[in-house]
Design a protein around this ligand. Structure first.
Ligand SMILES: Cc1cc2nc3c(=O)[nH]c(=O)nc-3n(C[C@H](O)[C@H](O)[C@H](O)COP(=O)(O)OP(=O)(O)OC[C@H]3O[C@@H](n4cnc5c(N)ncnc54)[C@H](O)[C@@H]3O)c2cc1C
Length: 189
């Protein structure tokens, strides 16, 4: 059973998946491959001078897969349901192909909030998904990232940051203490 199911494989979802897979949580990323990055060319992503958006996504997928994230490109999530209450619960994630259980779900579907509405998360007065600083929604264990939590201020680097924040919160929960994914030069191969 994946501990972390990520719905959406743009910068937000891939960033979340990179962090959770790198730190040994079973991670699956479902993606219908309609990320806005396919329309973009990056000149404003810190550390990257210039890169085609599709190339960025392909590189990011490979990076997460390198840490064993299970990348399901083309598999659409059609429903996410809560199982049980509170910390003891989890989620059933239904796709057009199969059904999965997951301990955590990270929503990274751009502006599309249909799955979150069905799950019953709270929204703000501006009709954005209501999250805390760790991107957790009003439903325990369900996280929302990227365009759905911001009014128009949409940038790839911000979505990637949201995904990282959600993943660190999940990792902190799992490890039982504040978690930092810090590497030092001796870690480099
Ligand atoms: C023309 C254009 C140019 C841009 N240029 C730049 C730029 O230069 N710099 C910059 O920083 N930003 C740019 N952006 C914005 C940038 O592309 C977005 O901020 C970024 O892609 C948002 O990332 P995200 O992960 O939140 O969502 P998205 O990238 O939209 O990814 C969401 C993913 O979820 C998938 N999905 C949706 N529903 C489901 C489902 N039910 N099941 C499975 N998968 C699902 C979608 O197919 C998609 O792949 C541009 C956008 C556009 C439109």
């Amino acid at each position: 059973m994946p501990e972390v199911a990520i719905v959406g494989g743009g910068p937000a979802g891939l960033s979340a998946g990179l962090f959770t897979a790198k730190n040994d949580l079973d991670t699956v990323v479902f993606d219908t491959d309609e990320t806005w990055m396919h329309k973009a060319h990056l000149f404003n992503y810190l550390g990257i001078d210039s890169m085609d958006g599709t190339e960025f996504v392909e590189d990011a997928r490979e990076q997460a897969e390198g840490f064993d994230a299970d990348m399901r490109v083309g598999e659409e999530v059609t429903a996410v349901e809560r199982v049980g209450d509170g910390d003891a619960g989890g989620f059933t994630v239904t796709t057009d192909d199969a059904e999965y259980d997951a301990t955590y779900v990270v929503f990274a579907t751009g502006t599309d909030t249909d799955l979150l509405e069905d799950l019953g998360v709270e929204f703000t007065d501006e009709d954005l998904v209501d999250v805390d600083l760790s991107m957790e929604t009003s439903v325990d264990g369900a996280y929302a990232t990227g365009a759905m939590i911001r009014n128009q201020e949409w940038q790839a680097v911000i979505s990637a940051g949201d995904g990282g924040a959600a993943a660190l919160d999940i990792l902190s929960n799992e490890k039982g203490e504040h978690f930092h994914d810090f590497d030092v030069p001796e870690d480099a191969e």
